[in-house]
Design a protein around this ligand. Structure first.
Ligand SMILES: [Zn+2]
Length: 247
């Protein structure tokens, strides 16, 4: 059975949320949220539903009813902060009551642990509709201040890291380890192996004529009696010299 994660992206449509430095909260949270959804989807252990997947307005009632009717296990609402004081900075996560803080703690800690480099404003109680009217564990994370010059850099240039921190926080809540996904692997395309360097170069030429940019790996056939495959795995640093990669 998969864990059901409801991701709620604040504002949308005619409601831009907070605005600052030429950016709108509704766009930032949608963009970070979609990255988070992709990570959860690739993981394979989650079902995901979102309050919106484009720039449309959804009422607060719609968001909580949708999550409740779906039977979500967790509800994560993503927002950006804003303040009149341009110096206000940092990340904070809300729960309805501190006695229900476990999910908010996991998210807040992950935001700080995963090199998003943001100031800790802590986990707080918030009597927000999306926290009060949801029937599952719920938190609302304020990713940073759209009104602050440093935070806006994080909000716009570190969206992948923000999404990843949210993802890892969700794993922590469910006591799950991170799995190696196919996107962490490399797939190497080979077109041949030759004893004679001239044959290798001729094959390179053929590849180049159709617009490919090939390179040559040189593999030794013996290495202290170790099977060749082990030797290849052990040596992971490659040096590029004139299109010939030596290992
Ligand atoms: Zn908001």
């Amino acid at each position: 059975m998969k864990y059901k994660v409801y991701t709620d992206f604040g504002h949308g449509g005619y409601d831009p949320g907070a605005c600052g430095h030429g950016y709108k909260e509704k766009d930032i949270v949608l963009s970070v949220g979609k990255l988070l959804n992709n990570m959860l989807h690739e993981d394979g252990r989650f079902e995901i539903k979102s309050s919106r997947v484009d720039d449309t307005f959804k009422t607060l009632e719609y968001r909580t009813n949708d999550a409740n009717n779906w039977g979500a296990n967790v509800f994560i609402s993503i927002h950006c902060n804003s303040a009149d004081d341009p110096k206000a900075i940092g990340v904070e996560t809300y729960c309805y009551k501190l006695k229900y803080r476990e999910l908010a703690d996991c998210i807040q800690k992950s935001m700080l642990d995963n090199q998003v480099f943001n100031r800790n404003r802590g986990v707080k109680e918030g009597n927000f509709h999306v926290l009060r009217e949801t029937s599952m564990s719920a938190c609302l994370v304020e990713l940073g201040f759209i009104s602050n010059g440093n935070d806006i850099e994080i909000l716009t240039k570190k969206q992948y890291q923000l999404a990843r921190a949210l993802y890892l926080g969700i794993l922590k809540y469910f006591n799950l380890e991170e799995v190696v996904t196919p996107s962490d692997q490399l797939y190497i395309v080979s077109v041949g192996a030759f004893k004679d360097i001239n044959n290798a170069k001729a094959t390179m030429k053929k590849c180049e004529t159709i617009g490919l940019k090939p390179y040559i790996h040189i593999h030794k056939e013996d290495y202290n009696g170790l099977p060749k495959t082990i030797w290849r795995i052990k040596r992971t640093i490659w040096f590029r010299q004139n299109n010939i990669w030596k290992c």
